[in-house]
Design a protein around this ligand. Structure first.
Ligand SMILES: [Zn+2]
Length: 535
C-alpha cells in the first residue's frame, strides 16, 4: 500500500443527508474543490486532538457539502477524492450480504452467481459424531464461519439474527436483487441468504433437543479450496450456549418467515421449543471445550445466562406465553449486558427483541425498566466515540482479535438508542463507526474487500488464498487491528511501539488481524441497512 494520506475519508462515499466528517492529520489550511478543480472553500481545520489509539494528532472536519459530486480536499499539497451521492452505501451493503453467499457450504457456487469465484460443491460427506464414531448423519449447508471451513452454531445463530433484525427494522435498507440462486422468488434476498444458515442450524439439533456446538474437523484445513477439503467433519458435543443461541434465533426466524413459508416457520418454532425444554431440564452451564485432539475454533464462553435470556425473549415474542415472560424477567433481574451483540455475549439481541418487538405485550419491567437500563448502558458507546480523535467507539486497550465486532456492535447500540430517542448525536456517532469500517481510520484502509481506494487485498480466507485469482472474494470485512492477542510473528513485524489502532497486517497468514468472519459481516449489514433506509 502507498503511504497513508493525511486526509482520512469514508472511501466508499458520503451521504448528503448526514454530516460529512473526514479526519485530517494536519493543521494546515484545507482547500475544497469541485470536480472541475474550482476552489469552493479554503479553511483552517479545528485544533488537533490527541488520539491515543493511533498515537496521532487528528482533527475531525465537517465538509457541509450541498450537492452530489466528486470533490477534492487538498492539504499540504496532497489531494484526496471525496464522493458525495444520494445513496452511496447500497453497493457495499449488498456486497456484505453477497459475501455470505460466497461462504455457502454444501453446494456448488455457480458461475451465474459467483462469476470467477465459482467452485464445485464442498463438504457433502456425512458428519461423524465425535463421541460415538458409529453415528453418522448428513448435515449439509450453512456458511463457512470465517477464514476456515468450520461451522459453529452460536456464531451462526447470531449472524442470522443480525440479518433478520436488519430486515425487520430496516426492510428497505437492503436490495432484493443480489443475484443469488433464490433471487426473484418473492422472498427478500437477505432472508433467502439467512435461510441457508437456518436450515443448517436445524440439522445441528440432537434428538433430545440440545444443539451440537459445532461441525468441524479436528484441525484447520491448509489453504486449499473447500471442495478439496475431504477430511472428516465431526459433530462436536453439545453446549448450553449453542442450544440457547439456536433456540433464540430459530424462534425469531419463525416470526420473520411466517408470512413467507408457514411450514418452515412452524418447523423452526418446534425446534426452538424443544431446545428450550432441554435448557429447562439442564439449568446448569453446559460449557464447550475442544475435546483432546481438536484444534479448530472453540468459541468458548463463561456463561449461558445471556443466551437463555435472549431465547426467553424470542420465545415470549413468538408465543406470548406467560412462562417465557417469567423467564425473561428472572434472567433480566439477574443482570444482563444489554448492549452486547457479538457471538459470546448476546444480551443486546434480547434487549432488541424486548424494545422493538415486545412493546405491546410486555409489562413495565420488560419495556420501561429495560428501556431505561438500555439507554443508560448505550451512553458508554457514545462516550467512547467522543474520546477518540476518529470518533471510533473503542477504548485503546480493546483492540482485540476482530476489533471490528465491538466497533460495529457499538454502532448497533447507538442506532437502537437513536431509534428510541431520535437523538442526532447518537446517530452521527454511529455513522462514524461506518466511516471507520470504510476507510476513515488510522490505517487509511477500507476493511471491506472489493471496496475503497486503499483496500484489504490479502485477507486470511482460504478461498481467497487458494483460488488463483488476485483479488480476494468481495464483500468480506476484515477483523482489523489487534494488539491484545497478536501472533508472535505479527509482534515481530510491528513491535511494541506500534499503536493499537495500527496493529494490522494486510497479509494472508495474519489471522490475528486480517481474518474475515460471518459475524463481522452481519453487524455491518445491520448498520448499513439503517443508514441506507434513513438516507
Ligand atoms: Zn464447505
Amino acid at each position: 500500500m502507498d503511504a497513508p494520506s493525511k486526509i482520512r475519508v469514508n472511501q466508499v462515499g458520503y451521504d448528503l443527508r448526514f454530516p460529512q466528517i473526514v479526519t485530517v492529520l494536519t493543521d494546515s489550511p484545507l482547500i475544497l474543490r469541485d470536480e472541475n478543480g474550482k476552489e469552493l472553500r479554503r479553511f483552517v481545520p479545528p485544533p488537533l486532538q490527541w488520539d491515543e489509539a493511533s498515537g496521532e494528532q487528528v482533527a475531525a472536519v465537517s465538509l457541509s457539502l450541498s450537492a452530489p459530486g466528486t470533490y477534492t480536499l487538498e492539504a499540504d499539497g496532497e489531494r484526496r477524492k471525496i464522493a458525495a451521492e444520494a445513496a452511496p452505501w447500497r453497493n457495499v451493503s449488498n456486497a456484505l450480504i453477497k459475501g455470505l453467499y460466497y461462504q455457502r457450504c454444501g453446494c456448488a457456487l455457480a458461475e451465474a452467481h459467483a462469476g470467477s469465484y465459482a467452485h464445485p460443491a464442498c463438504h457433502t460427506a456425512p458428519a461423524v459424531d465425535w463421541k460415538d464414531r458409529n453415528v453418522q448423519r448428513k448435515v449439509i449447508g450453512g456458511w463457512h464461519d470465517a477464514g476456515d471451513y468450520g461451522k459453529y452454531v452460536g456464531p451462526g445463530a447470531v449472524t442470522a439474527a443480525h440479518l433478520l433484525y436488519a430486515w425487520k427494522l430496516f426492510p428497505d435498507g437492503c436490495s432484493d436483487n443480489l443475484n443469488i440462486p433464490e433471487s426473484g422468488n418473492s422472498v427478500p434476498d437477505i432472508l433467502n441468504e439467512a435461510r441457508w444458515e437456518l436450515e443448517w442450524i436445524l440439522q445441528m439439533q440432537r434428538a433430545d433437543g440440545a444443539f451440537h456446538h459445532k461441525l468441524t474437523k479436528a484441525r484447520f484445513a491448509p489453504f486449499i479450496m473447500p471442495q478439496e477439503d475431504g477430511e472428516t467433519e465431526y459433530l462436536m458435543p453439545v453446549s448450553s450456549c449453542a442450544t440457547g443461541a439456536a433456540c433464540a434465533c430459530l424462534s425469531l426466524a419463525s416470526r420473520v418467515y411466517r408470512a413467507f413459508d408457514a411450514p418452515f416457520a412452524n418447523r423452526m418454532l418446534l425446534s426452538a421449543l424443544r431446545a428450550w425444554d432441554w435448557l429447562q431440564s439442564h439449568p446448569e452451564f453446559v460449557s464447550f471445550v475442544n475435546p483432546e485432539g481438536v484444534r479448530t475454533g472453540q468459541y468458548g464462553d463463561q456463561s449461558d445466562k445471556d443466551e437463555r435470556f435472549w431465547a426467553a425473549c424470542e420465545l415470549f415474542a413468538a408465543t406470548g406465553q406467560a412462562r417465557f415472560r417469567e423467564a425473561v424477567e428472572a434472567l433480566y433481574a439477574a443482570g444482563q449486558r444489554l448492549t452486547a451483540f457479538g457471538w459470546a455475549s448476546v444480551g443486546g439481541l434480547g434487549a432488541l427483541c424486548c424494545l422493538f418487538d415486545l412493546k405491546e405485550k410486555a409489562d413495565s419491567i420488560l419495556y420501561d425498566a429495560l428501556k431505561k437500563d438500555y439507554l443508560a448502558q448505550s451512553e458508554e458507546a457514545l462516550a467512547l466515540s467522543q474520546q477518540s480523535g476518529y470518533g471510533t467507539a473503542l477504548s485503546p486497550d480493546r483492540y482485540i482479535w476482530g476489533s471490528i465486532l465491538p466497533i460495529m456492535g457499538n454502532a448497533m447500540s447507538m442506532i437502537l438508542n437513536a431509534l428510541i430517542t431520535v437523538r442526532e448525536d447518537m446517530r452521527d456517532a454511529a455513522l462514524l463507526q461506518w466511516h471507520y469500517a470504510l476507510g476513515m481510520n488510522a490505517l487509511d484502509t477500507c476493511f471491506v474487500t472489493g471496496f475503497g481506494e486503499k483496500r484489504v487485498l490479502h485477507p486470511h480466507h482460504r478461498p481467497s488464498g487458494a483460488d488463483g485469482i488476485d483479488a480476494p472474494v468481495p464483500g468480506l470485512i476484515s477483523g482489523g487491528p489487534n494488539k491484545r492477542f497478536p501472533y508472535p510473528t505479527t509482534k515481530e513485524k510491528l513491535g511494541e511501539d506500534t499503536p493499537p489502532a495500527k496493529y494490522f497486517l494486510d497479509e494472508t497468514p495474519s489471522a490475528d488481524t486480517n481474518e474475515i468472519a460471518i459475524y463481522w459481516n452481519s453487524p455491518a449489514i445491520f448498520v448499513g441497512a439503517y443508514f441506507n433506509m434513513h438516507a
